[in-house]
Design a protein around this ligand. Structure first.
Ligand code: AMP
Ligand code: MN
Ligand code: MN
Length: 350
């Protein structure tokens, strides 16, 4: 299923998979022998779309009779507790346990190989590689690429392929795909929320999954320590009205020391950007999260006048027009100076 190319400008190569791409992907799965090893990989530091599309698709492959099937992602194998209930978690293996010589590798929600860490080795040795993604900056690194920059989530492509493989949606697959779809549409609030997105959501809900339970677990549950940590980190937020060509930037910094004081793991900070991007006086929001002494994971969000993926790419990262990120080095102040400079070059034509 392909979301309409609303306001797309129609640049070549951004129109989503062709019939031949879909046919090649179907053939790659249908052609698997009974003892084939299939390795699914999603991007580092997986979010709801990365995990949900991978596990939902994996459950579908299992229904098709694929027996040797693993799901993995680079880095420490721990997941946020909010994902601890997802169906299909038994497919997950730590990256060191992932098949060293898979017959098929399928990548989810990764714009480039750099988002796959050391697991990129598996692509070189795999019999074939299939990429499912929706980043405009996707480098088409698969043998077969199902990439649609107009899709609201990678799960839209995962569901499109499952449908073409004749796998019916059940409640377990649907729960995974619903997590993915609701994560990347901001709970159906962003402009990517097309009629096709709601039609997909309707088909997922028709399996009997409970959206209230899912949303509460995914978005509305956090430890008390994290609530207090957010209070402190939000309390030191700064507003730069002159930044982003005078449209305003709101930003804050969270250090490893902050996490330690409240006894919280780094992933609790993933949703901090959602509390800061509400700022009326700022077009762009930014959260700078410490990863190591001089290393920061930076999240950027825009309300529409600035292409933050352009800024993120300049700074070595990537993402979407209105949600992007990169890894910054040096002090937090140095990283923020670079962010302000890059934002001035990322204004979209009025
Ligand atoms: P986040 O702020 O981590 O939620 O990420 C927002 C968007 O930016 C996602 O679509 C990510 O794929 C992308 N992104 C975040 N960090 C990076 C990075 N270091 N390199 C490339 N893309 C990134
Ligand atoms: Mn993602
Ligand atoms: Mn995504």
């Amino acid at each position: 299923m392909t979301a309409p190319a609303e306001g797309a400008g129609g640049t070549p190569g951004d129109s989503g998979p062709t019939d031949a791409d879909w046919a090649a992907a179907v053939a790659a799965v249908r052609g698997l022998s009974a003892d084939a090893r299939v390795l699914m990989i999603c991007h580092v530091n997986p979010d709801g779309d990365a995990l949900g599309s991978m596990l939902g698709f994996g459950l579908g492959l299992r229904r098709l009779g694929v027996r040797q099937l693993q799901a993995t992602f680079p880095g420490p194998p721990e997941l946020p507790e909010s994902f601890g209930w997802l169906p299909g978690l038994d497919l997950l293996v730590p990256e060191r346990a992932a098949y060293s010589d898979p017959d098929l590798v399928i990548c989810f929600d990764a714009a480039s190989e750099s988002r796959l860490g050391d697991l990129v080795d598996r692509l070189a040795v795999a019999g074939t590689t299939l990429v499912l993604d929706h980043h405009a900056s996707n480098t088409r690194f698969g043998r077969i690429d199902l990439v649609d920059p107009h899709a609201a989530a990678t799960s839209v492509l995962a569901e499109g392929l499952l449908a073409r493989l004749g796998v019916p949606l059940d409640a377990e697959i649907a729960a995974c795909l619903y997590v993915a779809l609701s994560t990347d549409t901001g709970s159906f609030r962003f402009d990517a929320t097309t009629p096709a997105v709601h039609e997909l959501a309707a088909r997922l809900l028709a399996t009997g999954i409970r959206p209230g339970d899912i949303s509460r677990r995914i978005f509305d549950t956090r430890p008390f320590g994290a609530v207090r940590l957010f209070g402190e980190v939000l309390g030191r937020a700064r507003l730069d009205p002159a930044a982003a060509g005078g449209r305003g930037l709101v930003w804050t910094v969270a250090t490893l020391d902050d996490l330690a004081r409240y006894d919280q793991p780094p992933h609790v900070l993933e949703s901090l950007i959602d509390s800061i991007r509400v700022t009326a006086e700022a077009e762009v929001s930014c959260v700078v999260k410490q990863v190591a002494a001089e290393e920061w994971s930076v999240s950027l969000r825009s309300k529409g006048a600035v292409d933050v993926s352009r800024a993120a790419v300049v700074l070595g990262g990537g993402g979407h027009r209105f949600a992007a990120g990169f890894t910054g080095r040096g002090s937090a102040d140095e990283v923020m100076d670079r962010v302000r400079a890059a934002l001035d070059g990322a204004l979209l034509p009025a």
